[in-house]
Structure formats: structure tokens, C-alpha cells
Design a protein around this ligand. Structure first.
Ligand code: UDP
Ligand code: MG
Length: 327
């Protein structure tokens, strides 16, 4: 059911992942559409439901009925995670530029025109830095720490990795779509392919409704994805650490040998030895765990399961690829 000739391509594609956001969607739409209608260029809004268990999917269907001219809805068949949901949008977006934002209104829609401006000015990647970040301290502190870690171990230089309000040029979108990786972090992937990246400050609001979908655990996993997906420096640090410790131990053994010959055997300092041993066991265990992080991701990649499954796509006659699927 593909069309033989391309239909009108919108200038801007907006991609929003939605997971259990029923309480916030109405005000998201109320703020978003006026901004988009005022853009002065053609646009499409891709709403990706990531297997919500509340009324979100129903609300997206309603919204599609209201604005079928510019709205497309993709309903995933399960919860595949924020980044996979966004990728489902990337693969369907037809715009010359693509803008992602969260559904919870933490990224104010009124910032969108400023991102469009930057792409029109010739940049192919627009990052954002949240000014006056409205998150609790326990979210801000770990993310600062992980930022520093990422800056040191990868080539990705993003001031504020957590903010999803970003714009990508068509070349970057195509490059991201060519990547088959399972666990990824889209802003970093986009940055990798950008020829002319730029960052602008944007406002940040508190979540309007509902709760954050990220527990400390899933946040940690995401950051491991970021680190393991873009760098093998952590593994190399372990190699260097291993070699240094072996060399030091060798020196220590030589010293103990000479000492034994000159002064005689010694039995004191046993607990010091315990201390050193426990420390080294800790180092080894952490190394094994780190190796596991990489191996687990290699395993997921080798299994090559689809990143997401689609249940239904609601897309009007203006769309090139997809007819209206029955749910
Ligand atoms: N999200 C998603 N799938 C998930 C978790 C989150 O599509 O498994 C969406 C969520 O609906 C929101 C965005 O990703 O639009 C960011 O999620 P959230 O606001 O919970 O993250 P936080 O702002 O706390 O980092
Ligand atoms: Mg949020």
C-alpha cells in the first residue's frame, strides 16, 4: 500500500514518547499545537505510546481524531523504553528536521521555535542546557557526577545529557536510523554524527502531572548504556589498573624477599595484608561487573530481537508510509 510518488514532506517532525501520562496529555496538547501552528512551516506530530497501562493510548487516539491533518500516532505493543519509543518515531518521521521532547511538559513547548531557528541557521544538531533545573537534589547530584564521568570517558561533549528537548537535522536522523544498536542514548548518538552541533539554554519546568518513569535503577542502566555504548575506556582503565597492581606486587615480593634475607621472616602486619587483599578483591569484582555490563549488551545485540513491536499506527491520508491499521 505504498504510494508511487512522494507526498508533501513536512518541514518539522516532532517526536514525543508517551508512557502513562494520562493526567498531563491534555495540557501538553493545549500548549503544543498553538506553538506548532504558529511556526509558519509545515509540521507533523508523532506521538509514540510506549505500551501505557493507563488511558494514554485512548487519549492519543482521540487527539488523532481531532487533528488528523498533522498528527500521527504509533502504538507500541509493549513497554520498550523511552529511547526505543523515540527511535520508532525517528524511523517514521519525514521532516527535514526532527525535534524530540518529553510528554510531561518539563520541556516547555514554547522553546521549539528557537530550536527550529538554529537548524535553519545551518546547524544539524541542537542540544539544550536546562536553566533553573526543576528536579530534586537526588536527581541533580548523580546526574552531575555521571556527566563528569561521561565527559572523561567518551568523545561526547554534552553539557546537559538529561534534557530530551533537542533538534536533529535530516542527515543526523538518517545516520541514527542506520544504527542497529539495542541499548542506546539518542542525544549522544546524534552528537556523534553531527557536523555542526550547537547548544542553547532552555527553560525547565517541574513535571505537571504523574510521576517520573525513571527509578534510580533505570537511571543507572541508562547511564551504563551511555558509557558502554560510546566508550571502551572503562575496560581499558581496568587493564591499566591490573598491570600497575601486578607491577607493584612484584616490587613488593622482591622487597619482602630481600627483607627476609637481611632481617628474617615476619608475621606481623597480617591485618594490613587482609586490608590490601579485600581491597583488591573489591577491585576485581567491580571489574567483573563492568565486563558483565559490556557482555550483557553484546548478548542483547547478538540476540537481535526487534527493538520494539508496533501494535497500530494511526496516520492520515497525507502520510506516505502507513495506512490506518486496525488495532
Ligand atoms: N517514557 C517512555 N517510556 C518509558 C519511560 C518514559 O516513553 O519506559 C517517556 C515518558 O512518558 C516521558 C519521557 O519518556 O515523555 C521522559 O520520562 P520521565 O519524565 O519519566 O523521565 P524524567 O523526566 O524523570 O527523566
Ligand atoms: Mg520528565
Amino acid at each position: 500500500m505504498t504510494r508511487s510518488h512522494p507526498v508533501n514532506t513536512p518541514s518539522v517532525s516532532i517526536v514525543i514518547p508517551v508512557y502513562n501520562e494520562q493526567d498531563g496529555l491534555a495540557s501538553l496538547f493545549a500548549q503544543l499545537y498553538p506553538v506548532l501552528d504558529a511556526l509558519g512551516c509545515s509540521y507533523e506530530l508523532l506521538l509514540i505510546d510506549d505500551g501505557s497501562r493507563d488511558r494514554s493510548a485512548a487519549l492519543l487516539r482521540e487527539q488523532y481524531q481531532r487533528r488528523p491533518d498533522v498528527t500521527r500516532v504509533v502504538l507500541l505493543a509493549g513497554n520498550f523504553g523511552q529511547h526505543n519509543a523515540i527511535l520508532a518515531g525517528f524511523e517514521r518521521a519525514r521532516g527535514n528536521m526532527l525535534i524530540t521532547l518529553d510528554a510531561d511538559l518539563q520541556n516547555p513547548p514554547h522553546e521549539i521555535p528557537r530550536l527550529v531557528e538554529q537548524i535553519n541557521a545551518g546547524h544539524d544538531y541542537v542540544g539544550t542546557v536546562r536553566t533553573g533545573r526543576q528536579d530534586s537534589l537526588w536527581r541533580v547530584l548523580p546526574s552531575r557526577l555521571l556527566n563528569v564521568l561521561r565527559e572523561r570517558t567518551t568523545r561526547i561533549h554534552i553539557t546537559d545529557q538529561g534534557c530530551m528537548l533537542r533538534a536533529y537535522g535530516r542527515n543526523v536522523v538518517d545516520a541514527i536510523n542506520d544504527c542497529p544498536e539495542m541499548n542506546t542514548f539518542i542525544p549522544a548518538l546524534g552528537y556523534l554524527f553531527a557536523r555542526s552541533p550547537v547548544e542553547i539554554p532552555v527553560a525547565h519546568a517541574e513535571r505537571e502531572a504523574g510521576e517520573s518513569k525513571y527509578s534510580l535503577y533505570s537511571l543507572l542502566r541508562l547511564n551504563f548504556d551511555l558509557m558502554t555504548g560510546f566508550s571502551i575506556v572503562p575496560l581499558q582503565i581496568y587493564s591499566v589498573l591490573g598491570v600497575s597492581i601486578s607491577l607493584l606486587s612484584l616490587l613488593f615480593v622482591v622487597y619482602m624477599g630481600i627483607r627476609r634475607l637481611v632481617i628474617g621472616p615476619e608475621v606481623e602486619g597480617v591485618f594490613t595484608l587482609f586490608g590490601i587483599a579485600f581491597f583488591l578483591i573489591g577491585v576485581v569484582l567491580a571489574g567483573v561487573g563492568l565486563l558483565g555490563e559490556y557482555v550483557g549488551r553484546i548478548y542483547a545485540q547478538v540476540r537481535a530481537r526487534p527493538r520494539y513491536r508496533i501494535q497500530a499506527v494511526l496516520s492520515g491520508p497525507q502520510s506516505a508510509d502507513t495506512p490506518l491499521d486496525a488495532p
